[in-house]
Design a protein around this ligand. Sequence first.
Ligand code: ADP
Ligand code: PAZ
Ligand code: MN
Length: 881
Amino acid sequence: MNINEEPKNINEKSNSEEGEDTGKEMVPPVANSIHRSSSRPQLDLSGAAIQGNFEERDPTILLPNQSDDISHLALDIGGSLIKLVYFSRHEDRLVNDKRKKSMKERFGVINGNRRSFPILGGRLHFVKFETAKINECLEFIHSKQLHRGDNDNAVIKATGGGAYKFADLFKEKLGVSIEKEDEMDCLVAGANFLLKAIRHEAFTHKEGHKEFVQIDHNDLYPYLLVNIGSGVSMIKVDGDGKFQRVSGTNVGGGTYWGLGRLLTKCKSFDELLELSQRGDNSSVDMLVGDIYGGLDYSKIGLSASTIASSFGKAISENKEIEDYRPEDISLSLLRMISYNIGQISYLTALQLGIKRIFFGGFFIRGHAYTMDTISFAIQFWSKGGAQAMFLRHEGFLGALGAFMSYEKHGLDDLMVHQLVERFPMGAPYTGGKIHGPPLGDLNEKISWMEKFVRKGTKITAPVPMASPRTTGLGGFEAPSSKGDTLRSDESNLNVGVLHLVPSLEVFPLLADPKTYEPNTIDLAEPNELQYWFTVLSDHLPDLVDKAVASEGGTDDARRRGDAFARAFSAHLARLMEEPAAYGKLGLANLLELREECLREFNFFDAYSTIKQRENEASLAVLPDLLMELDSMSEETRLLTLIEGVLAANIFDWGSRACVDLYHKGTIIEIYRMSRKKMQRPWRVDNFDAFKERMGFGENKPPRHKRALLFVDNAGADVVLGMLPLARELLRRGTEVVLVANSLPALNDVTAMELPEIVAEAAKHCDILRGAAEAGGLLMDAMISIQDSPREKSSSTPLMVVENGCGSPCIDLRQVSSDLAALAKDADLVILEGMGRSLHTNFNARFVCDALKLAMVKNQRLAEKLIKGNIYDCVCRYEPAS
Ligand SMILES: Nc1ncnc2c1ncn2[C@@H]1O[C@H](COP(=O)(O)OP(=O)(O)O)[C@@H](O)[C@H]1O
Ligand SMILES: CC(C)(COP(=O)(O)O)[C@@H](O)C(=O)NCCC(=O)O
Ligand SMILES: [Mn+2]
């Protein structure tokens, strides 16, 4: 096809999009093993093989066909709740083909850091049950076969008093022995792990505002750990395994729940907590003003509204329990206990000279008012000198510690960048209460999810606010947040599933990984969140259509599509309500969440048909484009190539404006129109500096040795934009690595798809063919290369590597180890597209030269980021820093 011919309209539906199989799949469907959740109790040992060195003492055995075998379970059986942490293993990575192996052999890409982890990728799940309902817990363990472990004589690690109390019951019901672990050891091990390995674990909570605290691993100790369970333990922590229980109090979570139940007749802890949100404690508590005739006791700094005596009013009035509102009693009780714990914690920290206090235990229950009350107490008594911090995995410290006490699992060696937290939609993944057997398949999950969403909608309705403005004993104002965001345990998605991916690494070319922040847009700003929330919600129907079509448009696909839409909307609603619920929230997280959510409902590549169609159309005109480029002078060509990359970045199915545009013309028409509008200067234009570095100025700097090209979309973007640029670099003797997604996201090209595309392009171009051969790319491509020389090519190699993620954005703190290994010899990084170079990494600095290329396909972003307009372009060149 000629570049001037009119191919069919970009938006015309092909057969396969309507549900028929075209028969010609360019890309084999990829089973996404990393992110898929399924419950399969039996081990599938077929294809088992030893990973790595056979000589190793404890070699890792990979079960390639085993997607979710359970290997470890640990429990913390407390006075009130049973906390369960279990691990499910899954395959490590998906692109593990011949090509990758061959590339590694050829280029000596050996990942020095890669260790043989007994836990080779897998997930940590967090679940809790009421201790009084231990049978539910036993049922859960049994139906998921969690107690089987690696062999039939499983021993379960457990901590908490229940490890002693219920050992016989476990033996009787499950046939397993409980191995008891010391509770304090476990609490400390769990807290240390969380503080070191989870990026957004600790946070402060003041006046309703949650703020994550970046913990410096080298400056963590000493700290005071206050675990508020049924009772309260205060532990001074000086290091790993170095701690002392310095204090405690018997007035804790059990006191609140126990007394509260007696006094209010509440049926559940959450009901009691919810009551407190509508309470006014001045009818129960004796205030300074009650004693001083409405006056402040200003001489000692106590205002009239200070609580002089919790429940003190109950003595002076001739009232019975029925005469008090349960709401007021609950609030009075909650404040009494929270202040008391806050005050004792402060005094303990003061005595030990400790400034940081971390609060754990399920008494906190993620409840804003409780946290604010404790924070006020610490702040007030220490006059700002000490800081109260809370933990997202608040109640799971002991269970995590027990889990870590298993030998040889390698968990304590894991680092922040090797953990990815995901928030799947559906019990038992939510960390909530489990009723009945676990979900067996996607079908059950969808039904459960539908119920969950229905219930969730009811629960999220705002609770009416009362305004009891009484102050605590210190004379400080009452916390303002009444905790109107209390959600039921079932819908409490604050704790996700921790994916352990040992093969992830920090991108080695980041100038300062410590201060690196991937997100350009912080969604903590309410307007910003509202805007992107609307954008994503508006895009949802179209996305569901594409997803359903990609799965054949069957009834099953439609049902899954509907469930996906509900699930994603529920996530969005949850985040609107509490943006920091899942950790610090940036736009990249939202975009990734959408992709993860699609995968969760078995939509693995919603845009596959579109990608294929655009690849074909673009490959058809590539030879003409290459000829046109070859007729130019080198200098003009460089400019034309960059223009080409920017112009072709218009093919973005994630942008509302662009999708609207696609209705107006064919791929090639739009591409040509976009090319025509590419005149410099661009809104951000450092092209001259880049051109100079490429040898067109007075200086003649050495050519780059290796360039990493982070490619974006399939179709014209990669074929007519990035490939010609790669070819130019290759022609100059610069090795090129095309860095593409491991998993599909929108219409982004994946690392699996690229060899095929390159092979197709190489049919018409000697440079690309030589380079692709040298890079081992033609090995498994579906073209005949019979007539090409088989021996090792002397050309500069073109390689492909997966980036380790499945999102339109990229967090360079967590990339594939293969990319990290190839990056070590690279001296040029080119990031392309809005997701990778604007939403993320716009402000990233590198130790090598970096070029960020993108067309801005959103008006608001254009205004905010570059003070420009939609379709403006960014060519940001930054020499090595
Ligand atoms: N769903 C719940 N049921 C009972 N208590 C809860 C619940 N959610 C939070 N709590 C609070 O958490 C406390 C238990 O905290 P936890 O850290 O699990 O301690 P323990 O190990 O002593 O059970 C309870 O005493 C109560 O105050
Ligand atoms: C999802 C995207 C980041 C993908 O852009 P790309 O990286 O392909 O250039 C982008 O399409 C986007 O920000 N879309 C949402 C905004 C909108 O519809 O305008
Ligand atoms: Mn994209």
